[in-house]
Ligand binder design. Structure first.
Ligand SMILES: [Zn+2]
Length: 497
């Protein structure tokens, strides 16, 4: 099993400046490596392939000894084996260090891991994901150490990073028994430096979700914005709107404005930028913590969690352009109105929530499955009739059979039914929950409670305060009078007045 624990580092000023410097150098090295590989790729289109006599490798004339899809450098190992692009760039590191002596400041392991990261990026590209990107300061924030290089002193909460030195860290959780420390990633974030430790224990099996045949209970989830989650068992989870609530929006606006009012390139401006970034980080942290709690809450409900398979990118896409046919002028298409909705969708972060629930369910030996949410909010849970008109905001009244329910809870129940059918789940209990909203609690006047409590009997200060107020001789303030007011014919009395 592989775990990843994150600790906050406590570098001194010198160390953090050193790490900043390393990041800048490593970023330029990474970008140089990408450029090198791209250049080598394009050589073949300029001159075509030929075989270099000295290196006996397929080569392109402008850089003399280059393997196809490789890098600038010698393509063979001492044993006569062919090197791939990553290995060539690894082998060229000593030459590069001669040309750029400042690279010698960086631990050589870290430089090699930097090339290995580019290899991973290329591997992802060949598997159909995007082409490796040139990095800038905002998206190159970390470097890695190979396993076994970093030395821990757990008792003193100290860690030795080769090339940087020994520093303290917040030992916030202890490493579980039997786990080996693997790669260590040092990352710069808004609030400081963090260390992500990869832990591995081969004897512990990976988390595996429950087989669908063993599922006994299921719960459907309907994701929304006003309430974050409606469950098919009738429970509702609130949406705290971490970045789109009124207070945070206002705060962001003010802090953003403070940046704009400062002179470009000034120190004060960069301070203001850092302050905004800090706020954003705080929002992200809060949301993530909240979502973990929700994920545990939801995972407690049943063996199988059935969620919607949402196309969130599609929901956030731009509105179609509207044009006046006669004049050719552009008309309002509702995009500016939609922007607020898009923000709310991003803030709800449904995708992240689902992946967290998936992780927690797997950890507990349960399972999460996804179903197509088409028509789930328009279908009647009782008779299966599909009609858009059945739904009126949060109310659902079937136009066919008259079944009524809360619209989102009805949708959650439909999602559950679809999931049970699609995956052939063997649910022991009747799949339909009582989706009816709970009866409103009727307020009954309990005369015993209304009796003036003696301060000695309750001993609560607030109560004392109440009794004192009721002693004042205000009409309608005495309990007896209040009750009398209830009996009075209010309409009659208002007419007479
Ligand atoms: Zn119906």
């Amino acid at each position: 099993m592989i775990l990843s624990y994150v600790y906050k580092l406590r570098p001194n000023e010198e160390q953090s400046a050193k790490m900043d410097n390393w990041l800048d150098m490593l970023r330029s090295h990474y970008n140089w490596c990408i450029a090198d590989r791209i250049d080598n790729y394009y050589q073949q289109f300029i001159q075509g392939e030929y075989c270099d006599l000295k290196t006996k490798a397929v080569a392109y004339p402008l850089t003399s000894c280059v393997v196809r899809g490789g890098a600038t450098g010698y393509p063979w190992t001492g044993a006569g084996k062919k090197r791939n692009a990553g290995k060539i760039q690894d082998a060229e590191l000593p030459i590069l260090k001669k040309a750029r002596p400042w690279y010698a400041l960086i631990d050589s392991d870290v430089l090699q891991r930097n090339i290995a990261r580019l290899d991973t990026a290329y591997k992802n590209f060949f598997e159909g994901r995007g082409f490796p990107k040139f990095k800038n300061r905002s998206n190159f924030r970390s470097f890695e150490y190979k396993p076994g290089r970093v030395i821990f002193n757990f008792d003193k909460s100290r860690v030795y990073l080769p090339g940087i030195g020994e520093m303290k860290y917040f030992n916030s959780r202890s490493i579980p028994d039997g786990f080996n420390i693997r790669t260590i990633t040092i990352r710069r974030q808004q609030q400081g430096w963090y260390m992500s430790v990869r832990l591995e224990n081969k004897s512990v099996p990976e988390l595996s979700p429950k087989p669908l045949t063993e599922v006994n209970t299921a719960v459907g989830l309907d994701l929304g914005l006003i309430k974050l989650v409606h469950c098919s068992d009738g429970s509702v989870l609130d949406n705290p709107k971490f970045s789109t609530n009124k207070k945070t929006r206002q705060l962001l606006k003010v802090r953003q404005r403070r940046i704009n009012r400062k002179k470009k390139g000034s120190k004060n401006r960069s301070k203001a930028v850092a302050r905004v970034a800090k706020l954003h980080q705080k929002i992200v942290d809060r949301r993530s913590a909240h979502q973990w709690k929700l994920a545990h809450k939801v995972a407690n409900k049943a063996d199988c969690i059935i969620a919607e398979d949402l196309n969130i990118q599609g929901m956030k896409s731009r509105c179609k352009v509207k044009k006046d046919e006669k004049t050719g002028q552009y008309l309002k298409n509702g995009q500016s109105r939609k922007q607020g909705l898009n923000r709310a969708i991003s803030d709800a972060a449904w995708g992240e929530l689902i992946s967290k629930i998936e992780y927690v369910t797997a950890k507990r030996g349960k399972i999460l499955v996804k179903v197509d949410p088409k028509h789930t909010s328009q279908t009647c849970g009782a008779c299966g009739h599909v009609d858009k008109a059945s739904r009126d905001r949060e109310k659902f009244i079937c136009t066919n059979c008259g079944f009524f329910s809360h619209a989102d809870i009805n949708a959650a129940q439909n999602i559950k039914l679809i999931g049970i059918k699609q995956y052939g789940l063997n649910i022991k209990k009747v799949p339909r929950d009582s989706g009816k909203p709970k009866e409103p609690i009727q307020l009954k006047l309990n005369l015993d409670v209304l009796e003036t409590p003696s301060p000695e009997s309750t001993g609560v200060r607030r109560r004392q305060h109440c009794t004192r107020r009721s002693e004042r001789n205000v009409p309608g303030n005495q309990i007896g009078e209040q009750l009398a007011l209830f009996d009075m014919d209010i309409l009659g009395s208002s007419n007479s007045a």
